[in-house]
Design a binder for this molecule. Sequence first.
Ligand SMILES: [Zn+2]
Length: 277
Amino acid sequence: MSVKPRDLNNCSRIAEQLALRIESGSPVHAYAFAGGDPAERLQLGNWLAQYLLCSQPDQGPCGECLACRKFLHGNHEDLIRLKKQADRESIVKDQILELTDRISFKPFGKRYVVIIEDAQLMNAASQNKLLKTLEEPVSETVMILLTEKSEALLPTVLSRCCVFCLPDAATATESADVQAAERFAALIASGAPFYRKKQLVADIIADKDSSRIRADAFLAGLEEALAAELKSGVSKSAGEGSPGRLMDAVGHVEAARRCIKQLHSVAYTLKQLCLRV
Ligand SMILES: [Zn+2]
């Protein structure tokens, strides 16, 4: 299955920029993905690696060609994964030497792709060794460095990489809730059924730790989104009853916000809202 930038949720904007660059035929030799959620960082690194190895890419890896199938089975000859060995404290210089040795030979396909996981664990000696490779790039190699924070890498290493800072988890959740609010407003405008609206709030209800805070942010976002729908007049095209539905919804959202502030059940309040709007 092909994976497009939009499928990378919180990293979709970064993925779009990467795709633009690759589709224009000019991938850079080294990327650094810093911060954000570790699982999402790895997912983005893997996506880019598969994309670069795919033989029929289109805004992402196709998921079906031989290169993609090998990648997904974890046995692509040109993919090199470098991580800290279990019995070591850091990624040591010998590992980098082994790497540079290997990429001095021709790749099996069009290029080598190297993913360095937890690149922040490279010690200074390793980083300096890597720097040599980054300074004199082997034409058929693309390096992808995944790091907890960009400051963990030497400025000289960073300056050789195209650096992307991933959104941190809290910001990402917040923006996901705001996006959900925008989609929710569009569903109200089009008169969508209860279950589709309920799907959008299920994630907030399920979040035991911060469902109240998230519900408040969601409802605030929904108020804004409804106001924007009404103002833009887009809702007119959604059908006759749309402006009326939106006006009614504004009242229901205000009531739901009061319920959340008065500590009523978040699950009950949001489900009631889905029924009423
Ligand atoms: Zn492919």
